[in-house]
Ligand binder design. Sequence first.
Ligand code: AMP
Ligand code: GLY
Length: 432
Amino acid sequence: MNIFLLGSGGREHALAWKFSQSPVVKRVYVYPGNPGMKSEKKIELIKLPSNKTKELIHFAKTYDINLTVVGPEAYLAEGIVDQFIQAGLLILGPSKCAAQIESSKSFAKKLMKEAKIPTAEFEVFEDANAAFKFIDNCKWPDGIVVKCDGLAAGKGVVVTENKESAKHAVKLMLVDDVLEINNKKIILEERMIGPEVSVFALCDGKNSIWLGDACDYKRLKDNNIGPNTGGMGTYSPADWLTPAMRQEINQKIIQPTLNKMQHDGTPFTGILFAGLMKTKDGFKVIEFNARLGDPETQSIIPLIDGDIVPYFLAAAKGQLSTIGKSLKFKALSTVHVVMSSFGYPGTEGTKVRTGDEVEYNKTYFQELEEDATAKLFFAGVSEKNQQLLTAGGRILGLTAFAKNRPAARAEVYKHLDKIKINGVQFRSDIGL
Ligand code: AMP
Ligand code: GLY
């Protein structure tokens, strides 16, 4: 069969690499992909006149695509899944309506409230004065989190510790409109305290199976300082989760979410990504996403033992129950470290550096891959005269596999100096 994968980051490199190992897969076409993926067997990058859905549908029909998988959320929020299904094509992902679980925080919060899924207390506001008044009377003990309602590329959340800074964040979002929020809606949320974990469930509208769990390091610098990023590294599994905790998460969060969405006529098919916090009152949802995480995928996908394609196909067809078994996981841990360009994430007025040569010893990393020690995944790279260049943001990441987290951490940091790029930054405390 042929798979069509949309996206261009490290997440998509990891997915395409995993798909390419499937004995049933002939070709993995990636749009637009990145040139760092090109050396993989069976993977082909494609060019299209535009990223309009009708071009993607035309490609899928012409190239005999049996399954389309969507990486980034933007396609989902625009309704790509509805249009592919209408065109008679099999695609894994939620409908436009169901994707609101990520694209609209107020949709997600309302759903959680109605289904009694544990999450932080919240109120939705469109009027700044009403929000200021609420903040003046607010009794949440640990502070207030200010969030814009829609997708904001990781910039829409401000965690505040006092009322003044909460008001300032409200002013920036609702009065000054610095994020250019299109629906002028914000959410004020109780600040929760505790460790965070990203959990991934492959869903078919009714049922789900556990795809993996990981801890993401969101801040740019060591010791969790600096601006929020898309993620500077991960480890998997979240080894402090016990089987009982995973069961609690399934029973109190994942399954009730699927039940509620089915009941409301917006069943969720695809990958449900629950960002959770372990509070003193149990696990609570910080946010839901309608896709895999980046860089979580680069640490969870390599731990899946065997072929993932039959599971993705069954989920897309609404038939996970016919598979009747959960995935098998390797008894290993992974640690993934991201290298990003100076200036990333660019949210503090800094210019993200691009155009530096990406030098690495191909044979060295090929051998690491063959020994199942480590695997390089490329993200923000371009190509000129067969030379890889940095193209801004997160350039690449290395995942190491070992018997436990400390060993995987030691392994990953042994190899990073074999990658030579000017103007890069990476954290030295991933997996600690
Ligand atoms: P989000 O974009 O909703 O995942 O939020 C980004 C980050 O903000 C999360 O990973 C948390 O670290 C933090 N955050 C969001 N909501 C809360 C909350 N209610 N309490 C504490 N931290 C939060
Ligand atoms: N690493 C977090 C995300 O993909 O949203």
